[in-house]
Design a protein around this ligand. Structure first.
Ligand SMILES: NC(=O)c1ccc[n+]([C@@H]2O[C@H](COP(=O)([O-])OP(=O)(O)OC[C@H]3O[C@@H](n4cnc5c(N)ncnc54)[C@H](OP(=O)(O)O)[C@@H]3O)[C@@H](O)[C@H]2O)c1
Length: 335
């Protein structure tokens, strides 16, 4: 095991789109363990839009300090342990940060990854991504068979699972995504009924045509004008699931407030946000449900893996350009 630890730390808070200049690489000694802690060698990092928030401001977690290692979920292998519950060789999921080695204690929320589970699946379909899709759709959206469900960010990690879960429930599903290739994947491979390319199509006109009875559930990953177009077409007692607002994360101080929210009054609609961590005690329920759909061949997912710790800042930027397919991961080491 190496005694030095390469880390990517926050150099300056982003103004607008993240760039390489917001980060710097440093090398520190691997820290010594205290009782109850264990040392993890990072194998994969989960690149999530929420990191953009964490390095910017206090959110549902305190902001990452300038000079601190960038907070990030990841999967790795235990290489040293002073915790009887985690043994050398175990695979774990935890808040590892953008670094080669992480000292993990209770505050990093570690969870064992059972043997036989692929680490990339543990960070995607069986991880926070899959759980966000499952609990966000079922607990906040509560779709019923025959209803129309619209998903934004539909070809992304979360959105692609949401759409398939809604199809499995017998809903009509419309996806909104940012390229012709992504739209084709949604309708040809994932069974979406309609896909709308928000970069080339008139989103409002396409939604009107695709949802003649209105939108019963809008699962929103994007916010902004796409949310506004969906609100204009919300059905009586429709539900808007505020999962994310990636179109606004670069400019939160001037976030766009959708004027069509007023429709929620006349249509008795509900718009509700959630943070997936609140459902952590129930994750096994989601894992079992998604595992069953996978086994039946009713759930497909894509992963884009980029190599090397140094590529993490660029990978984070790619979430905002859409230059990835499905779940975006950084591979830090073989293991
Ligand atoms: N509430 C929670 O607890 C929770 C948990 C996890 C994730 N989330 C949220 O869920 C959303 C999806 O996260 P993810 O991890 O699954 O990422 P993802 O969807 O795999 O990646 C983000 C996607 O957003 C799309 N996008 C980026 N900028 C956009 C813009 N200006 N307008 C429209 N689309 C844009 C891009 O796809 P296109 O190519 O289609 O543009 C990109 O691929 C994010 O908003 C995230 O913050 C929330």
């Amino acid at each position: 095991m190496s005694t030095s630890n390469r880390q990517i730390v926050l150099k300056a808070r982003p103004k607008g789109r993240v760039t390489r200049e917001n980060f710097e690489t440093k090398t520190s000694p691997v820290a010594t363990l205290r009782d109850g802690e264990f040392l993890v060698r990072t194998l994969y990092l989960s690149i999530d839009p929420t990191i953009r928030g964490w390095i910017d401001r206090d959110t549902y977690l305190p902001a990452v300090e300038v000079g601190a290692v960038v907070r990030s979920a990841g999967a790795g292998v235990v290489v040293e342990s002073k915790n009887p519950k985690f043994n050398v060789g175990d695979h774990v999921f935890s808040l590892l940060g953008w670094q080669e080695y992480a000292v993990v204690g209770a505050k990093e929320s570690p969870a064992a990854i059972p043997p036989g589970i692929d680490l990339t699946d543990a960070l995607s379909v069986f991880g926070v991504t899959g759980m966000t899709a499952f609990f966000g759709l079922n607990e906040i959206g509560r779709p019923n068979a025959g209803e129309t469900v619209v998903v934004s960010g539909a070809a992304g990690a979360t959105g692609s699972i949401v759409g398939q879960l809604a199809k499995a429930k017998g809903c009509r599903v419309v996806g909104i995504a940012g390229s012709a290739a992504k739209c084709e994947w949604l309708t040809r491979d994932l069974g979406f009924d309609v896909a709308i390319n928000y970069k080339t199509d008139d989103v409002g006109a396409r939604l009107t045509a695709a949802c003649p009875k209105g939108i019963d559930v809008f699962f929103d990953n994007v916010g902004g004008s796409i949310l506004n177009e969906a609100l204009a077409r919300i059905a009586l007692r429709g539900r808007v699931v505020l999962c994310g607002a990636i179109s606004q994360y670069d400019n939160l101080d001037n976030a766009y407030g959708p004027p069509n929210y007023v429709n929620l009054i006349a249509r008795r609609g509900r718009m509700e946000g959630f943070i997936i961590l609140d459902y952590a005690p129930r994750f096994m329920e989601g894992v079992m449900a998604l595992g069953a759909l996978l086994a039946e061949g009713k759930l497909k997912h894509k992963t884009t893996v980029v190599d090397g710790l140094d590529s993490a800042p660029d990978a984070l930027r790619r979430l905002f350009t859409g230059d990835h397919d499905g779940k975006l991961l950084v591979k830090v080491a073989d293991g």
